[in-house]
Design a protein around this ligand. Structure first.
Ligand SMILES: *Cc1c(COP(=O)(O)O)cnc(C)c1O
Length: 394
């Protein structure tokens, strides 16, 4: 039997009451954060990107483990505050912030990472109406991107942030309007497994922050360097070693230009912190044959774990790591099987020609690396099946 956080997968299903089920092991989250603390410069703040996994229990635990939360909607902001994170350590990025979201952010006193001049205008108008001094940072669309990144967020035309050549003018106008200018937010990409590329990006980001600050003529209180640390999903993916990244960042920070001498620095990570802490457990409903191929039909699917189906930001579909939880470690059968979910669409495929021990009705299938962009990043309403259960361990 597969053990998750020291507990058998089947007894976890009993405890939760049913499948499909996401299990998150906080021991793995804590281990990741310890590795990160040990690797990174002591004065660097570690922020958690809530959108990776906004489970309320997980957020409550996370409040004591990281230095800040980055949220991407009014809903995530409400969850961050409910979990007990201090408003002074919450920032809110993301395009298309609605009026009510801006009001909630300004009333709570969190930092808005502004995505455009229009958003700045709306935020300043709301703050004035409510008699508040808003905390505003400028999200910059950098003129470089994170190489080897699974999802590029900078370099070229982007809906995120203000182009680097207009960012200083916007910051100046915020200061002139009497806002509490908090500094820069520069996020260049996601899911990178190349330490050298991440180091190059961090150096370029600090350089850009210094150049823009000199243009403004003011030192930014905070430079949020983004993140982009990736995790291995597929055979051949090399685990990212964060030690050299921390060492290089320490050197970059020590050698930073004078204008940044009093600035604080932060990185914001989602998937690297929680991705490997989650397992998706789903039960086999049917095993059927079609033209010589074996299909294993499970009670879960892409409506819970879209990413494993290959339909969340991937170009080529590849299998996430999969096991038969109740026959963990048993030798593989000769024939590979295809694991499909219970939705009537050919894209609901969770494993293509997977080598597994012989699978039978009632078996429990485990799909790993389900801690980030799982339950909350999947189209749960599609076909009207119930949402997956979630269980927090450790
Ligand atoms: C999504 C996002 C993150 C988190 O990315 P991960 O790949 O999960 O680490 C961080 N910052 C911003 C602005 C984001 O949009």
């Amino acid at each position: 039997m597969l053990l998750i956080g020291g507990c058998g997968a089947a007894s976890l299903v009993d405890e939760a009451g049913d499948t499909p089920l996401f299990v998150y092991d906080m021991n793995i989250v804590e281990r990741q954060l310890q590795v990160l603390r040990d690797a990174m410069p002591k004065e660097l703040s570690l922020h958690y990107a809530v959108k990776a996994n906004p489970h309320p229990g997980l957020l409550e635990r996370m409040v004591r483990l990281v230095d800040g939360f980055d949220v991407a909607s009014g809903g995530e902001l409400a969850r961050a505050l409910a979990a007990g994170m201090d408003a002074a350590h919450i920032s809110f990025a993301g395009p298309g912030k609605r009026e009510d979201e801006l009001v909630a952010a300004i009333d709570a006193g969190i930092t808005l990472n502004l995505e455009s001049e229009g958003e700045a205008r709306r935020a300043l108008a709301i703050a004035e109406k409510r008699g508040r001094i808003p905390r505003l940072a400028v999200r910059v669309n950098p003129d470089f991107d994170l190489k080897g990144s699974g999802m590029r967020m900078g370099g070229g035309a982007k809906p995120f942030g203000v182009d680097a050549d207009r960012a200083a003018a916007l910051a100046r106008s915020l200061i002139a309007a009497g806002a509490d200018w908090r500094g820069w937010h520069i996020f260049a990409g996601s899911q990178a497994l190349d330490a050298e590329a991440l180091i190059d990006t961090q150096a370029a980001t600090v350089g850009l922050a210094a150049r823009l600050s000199n243009e403004v003529g003011a030192s930014p209180p905070l430079v949020n360097l983004g993140g982009g640390f990736g995790i291995p999903y597929f055979p051949g993916d090399q685990r990212l070693d964060v030690a050299p990244i921390g060492e290089a960042l320490g050197q970059i920070m020590n050698a930073r230009p004078d204008i940044l001498s009093t600035s604080k620095f932060a990185i914001e990570l989602g998937r690297w912190i929680v991705g490997e802490a989650g397992v998706y457990l789903t039960r086999v409903i049917d095993v059927k044959q079609s033209k010589g191929e074996t299909f294993v039909v499970v009670d879960g699917g892409l409506h819970h774990q879209l990413a494993a189906s290959g339909n969340f930001g991937t170009v080529v579909r590849r299998n996430y790591p999969i096991a038969v939880a109740n026959r963990y470690g048993a030798p593989a059968a000769e024939e590979a099987v295809t694991i499909v979910g219970c939705l009537c669409t050919p894209i609901d495929k969770l494993g293509d020609k997977v080598s597994l021990p012989a699978v039978a009705e009632g078996d429990l299938i485990a799909i790993f690396v389900a801690g980030a962009y799982g339950a909350s990043a999947s189209p749960a309403a599609f076909l009207g099946h119930p949402p997956a259960l979630e269980l927090l361990l450790g």
